[in-house]
Design a binder for this molecule. Structure first.
Ligand SMILES: [Cu+2]
Length: 145
């Protein structure tokens, strides 16, 4: 009797512990993610510059070739280490001026193609250094009909 009474208790105990571990893991997982993603990450996001807009706007189709490519940021990037490059549909770099801040509004950075752009799809690759030293990069396409 003793052993048959002990057996279910024991198996019940074994079953209960893993279930508790699973529940704890499920509860702790999101909590840990939330914790690691909260105060420090938000502070870093607040410091990071963000891309506010571009000309041409991403994924637009233009009927006329733009004479520049311009990016607007939430703060003035550090120009040292920052770059904006233009590539054609084949991935070849299109000759442009070096990325330069707009006079009087250094939150805007622009490049100017050295020759008028022909019809086709282009990709803008940008990389900028925020005032806090963090690099941000991205790319977007536009098309000229
Ligand atoms: Cu940052």
């Amino acid at each position: 009797m003793r052993s048959s009474e002990a057996e279910p208790r024991r198996s019940g105990g074994i079953g209960w512990i893993p279930m508790t571990a699973v529940i704890l893991a499920l509860a702790a997982g999101p909590a840990l993610v939330a914790f690691s993603g909260t105060p420090e990450a938000e502070a870093a996001d607040a410091l990071h510059l963000t891309l506010l807009g571009t000309f041409p706007a991403a994924d637009t189709v233009l009927t006329e070739a733009p004479d520049e490519v311009r990016l607007w940021f939430s703060e003035a990037p550090q120009m040292r280490g920052s770059s904006v490059r233009l590539a054609d549909a084949g991935g070849e770099l299109v000759p442009t001026t070096e990325a330069a801040p707009e006079d009087g509004d250094e939150t805007q950075v622009f490049i100017t193609p050295e020759a008028p752009l022909s019809a086709g799809t282009y990709t803008v690759h940008w990389r900028v250094i925020a005032q806090d030293g963090h690099a941000q990069n991205g790319e977007f396409d536009f098309q000229i009909e």
